[in-house]
Design a protein around this ligand. Sequence first.
Ligand SMILES: NC(=O)c1ccc[n+]([C@@H]2O[C@H](COP(=O)([O-])OP(=O)(O)OC[C@H]3O[C@@H](n4cnc5c(N)ncnc54)[C@H](O)[C@@H]3O)[C@@H](O)[C@H]2O)c1
Length: 368
Amino acid sequence: MAKVRIGIVGSRFQADCIAASVKAMPEEMEVVAVASPTKGNADDFAKRHGIPRAYSDYREMLRDPAVEMISITAPNNLHAQITIDAAKAGKHVVCEKPLCVTLEEADAMIDACRQAGVLLLYAEELFFAPKYVKAKQMADEGAFGKIHLVKQGEKHSGPHSGWFWDVNKSGGGALMDLGCHGIAFCWWFLGRQKVKSVYSHMANMHHRDSTEGDDEAITIMEFENGAIGMVESSWNRPGGMDDSIEVFGDKGQTYADMLMGNALPTYSEVGFGYAVEKASSTKGWTYPVFEEHWNYGFPQEMRHFARCVRGKETPISDGETGRVVQEVLYAAYASAGLGRKISLPFRPKGIAKPIDLWKKPELAKAAL
Ligand SMILES: NC(=O)c1ccc[n+]([C@@H]2O[C@H](COP(=O)([O-])OP(=O)(O)OC[C@H]3O[C@@H](n4cnc5c(N)ncnc54)[C@H](O)[C@@H]3O)[C@@H](O)[C@H]2O)c1
């Protein structure tokens, strides 16, 4: 079968990751175009990755018949419009996390793709991370008995691009940026059960000068069978990205440290090129990772999505998955605003961005 032909929207951090991940699975797919608005960026990106076409406007790329599926690696506040435009143009969509900013956007994205008969695929790579997949296989086999607690943490020293810090573009802080992974992870790991309630404590500990967003959040989800998901999200952890899980049941437990646990404990007095995402130094003791994209699951995720387009596999992460996460994000911000547990379903209408439910608790109260 012909390779799935992908157009990438965006040309920086995540776009590089997607282009490299597609290249790692050349039998299923190829990147045929890139679109990015800043002058010269799409051309440079195309040159760097050997991509034949570069556009400065994604709408132009959507008219290109060579493109079958797009991968959206633009800021969060653009995900919904780009998805809806792509659906109208008959292109399948891979959307980076979080799915969007508001629940209304999530509904509109899902509807647009359904009406157009295209796939809306939610890029949650933790469902494909080899260590986490192994942990889930063991859990599903019964290795840990009845699971009562799943924890996921994602922590680093803060985002690399200005728009993440601007809540009008991102929709929120560390919880929106990193917590969306943990929410999806716990839900997936525990078999996609309904989330019964959400409690979250958050703060801006060290970044008041650069953002109105939360830089620290601890979120507890209660699932229908009583199991607990605990998500730790932080922009206050120097030393490089930390992504890890812990799983506890009445018959056992497992721990997985995705990056440091797959690294080379290294000491260097002079330093070297690169250790791990967001590490500020390579001098002294460090934990350089190898096969970083593979450890996260990005190539495996894109391969799965390409196979879904060809009807060889059924999506394990789609628009509905993104909407589940979005509702928990709303509930978490509302919980932090009101200082209490929020029961789901929780679908307040007309909220401009999730973080407003924390900053303006009256909005959260009105929605109860
Ligand atoms: N899955 C993951 O682990 C992961 C990691 C990083 C980022 N992301 C997500 O990917 C998305 C992009 O993040 P990033 O880190 O690459 O940000 P970035 O700032 O590095 O790149 C954003 C890109 O979007 C482009 N862009 C801005 N406006 C645009 C427009 N109107 N049309 C087309 N492109 C436009 C910018 O030019 C830039 O190339 C975000 O939603 C982010 O949450 C996911």
